[in-house]
Design a protein around this ligand. Structure first.
Ligand SMILES: N[C@@H](CCC(=O)N[C@@H](CS)C(=O)NCC(=O)O)C(=O)O
Length: 195
């Protein structure tokens, strides 16, 4: 299988970490910037976004959530999917944080940095961080696999620190900050840090 990614995309990073945590062998990672190599990506996926997964029969799976669930199923690691309500809540809130953060970055790059949407999404990020702070869990031991919920949380909040460093979510959500820092030290997570 070939996984198309870019080094700064949080959606692509969730898929990359999922491959590593699920222990899936035989996945080839291919860098493709959606902005500088749009033509290359268009030939792979009609959405021209990363991540995109080209399977061995050339079928293509798009959208990070679908890709991760497919990879987890392929690896037979269903324990990485949420089971408890709390894990679903964490996954959903972290996805929402990722969408808000990417939206702010995209407005700054291609839209209007003064747009009311930016203010709205930054405010939402603060509220999401507060809720996740109350849900923060101990990081799993090194022998345990990370679930998709924790993978999404660490990826979303490291992306915010990387691209939107002026947002001080750590001050507002210290338990979340500690959780994200612990998760960030895991091999599969540290190896894919945005750059
Ligand atoms: N909902 C998609 C979002 C993917 C996405 O927006 N990726 C960005 C990079 S962070 C991209 O490729 N953007 C190109 C575009 O929007 O045309 C997913 O979860 O996979």
């Amino acid at each position: 299988m070939k996984l198309y990614i870019s080094p700064t995309s949080p959606y692509a990073r969730v898929a990359s970490i999922t491959v590593a945590e699920a222990g899936l062998a035989g996945v080839q990672f291919i860098d493709a910037s959606p902005w500088d190599e749009a033509a290359k990506l268009e030939q792979i996926t009609p959405a021209a976004k990363v991540p995109a997964l080209v399977c061995d029969d050339d079928g293509v799976v798009v959208e990070s959530t679908c890709i991760c669930e497919y990879l987890i199923a392929r690896a037979g690691r269903e324990e990485m999917l949420p089971r408890e309500l709390q894990q679903w809540r964490i996954l959903g809130l972290s996805r929402a944080a990722m969408d808000c953060a990417v939206g702010v970055v995209m407005q700054g790059r291609f839209g209007d940095p003064e747009s009311p949407l930016v203010e709205r999404w930054i405010a939402a990020l603060g509220r999401i961080a507060t809720q996740l702070n109350a849900l923060a869990e101990p990081a799993p031991q090194s022998g345990e696999r990370l679930g998709l919920d924790a993978i999404t949380t660490v990826t979303a909040f490291e992306y915010i620190s990387f691209r939107l460093a002026t947002i001080d979510w750590q001050q507002r959500a210290p338990a979340l900050a500690q959780w994200v820092a612990e998760l960030g030290r895991r091999d599969a997570v540290a190896a894919s840090a945005p750059h």
